[in-house]
Design a protein around this ligand. Structure first.
Ligand SMILES: C[S@@+](CC[C@H](N)C(=O)[O-])C[C@H]1O[C@@H](n2cnc3c(N)ncnc32)[C@H](O)[C@@H]1O
Length: 215
């Protein structure tokens, strides 16, 4: 998707994907999936998601990346959080003063390697499925090539029948095609959601890096 598309969506407040609550499937499954060895979470294409706050309030080191400055400014204003502003490579950096939370404003594809290398878990809600099919492989390739071997991915998709505009419907077969050469893919749970007047399904997957085969 062109960046103008997203800037326009934020400018016109056309952000139907945004939820004022923490993602229920995240809340339901986090504790059963991850123990205290998980210290850091990367939230790509984070919008102004309340999930950032929920994760940081658990003491996790949270890093988000988001294209839209409107989204990032809104996040800090709406959650009544102070941010120290700076620069990080090509990105604007917003470092929360009171919680272990940093949001980089800029293009995911320009993000420096350090964020990938230091993350224990990637939480992807509405990120892979925000991208058109032609960009999804390049997005996934970033994780395959830059995440540390033990990092895991908690991935949420939406399965639906209206392909006009993002969020796109991404089926399990495509998730497997994109990731399964390097990650095991486990479909953990799903729940129905009304989407554009029809019934859709939110799906959550856990992806673990496959161990290299030793001879
Ligand atoms: C479907 S929304 C999901 C937002 C968030 N994850 C949530 O759960 O509310 C996709 C977000 O990705 C952002 N985005 C799109 N392309 C991006 C890119 N190349 N780099 C960073 N953010 C991007 C958009 O501005 C939008 O906020």
């Amino acid at each position: 998707m062109e960046s103008d598309f997203w800037h326009e969506r934020w400018a016109n407040n056309q952000i139907g994907f945004h939820q004022d609550v923490t993602t229920p499937l995240l809340e339901r499954h986090w504790d059963e999936l991850f123990d205290s060895s998980v210290k850091s979470v990367f939230v790509p294409l984070c919008g102004k998601s309340r999930d950032l706050l929920w994760l940081a309030e658990r003491g996790l080191e949270v890093v988000g990346v988001e294209l839209s400055q409107t989204a990032v400014e809104s996040f800090f204003a709406e959650q009544k959080l102070d941010a120290r502003r700076g620069l990080h490579g090509e990105m604007r950096e917003y470092r929360c003063a009171s919680l272990p939370l940093t949001v980089y404003q800029g293009d995911f594809f320009a993000l420096s390697n350090d964020v990938f290398v230091t993350s224990d878990v990637v939480f992807d809600r509405g990120a892979l499925i925000a991208l058109p099919r032609i960009m999804r492989r390049a997005y996934v390739e970033k994780f395959k090539s830059k995440l540390k071997p033990e990092a895991r991915i908690l991935l949420m998709t939406l399965e639906h029948s209206d392909e006009k505009s993002p969020p796109f419907s991404v089926q399990e077969s495509e998730i497997r095609d994109l990731y399964e050469d390097e990650f095991s893919v486990k479909r953990i749970d799903e729940e129905p959601e009304e989407f554009r007047g029809q019934l859709a399904t939110n799906v959550i997957y856990l992806l673990n890096r496959k161990q290299p085969v030793t001879l």
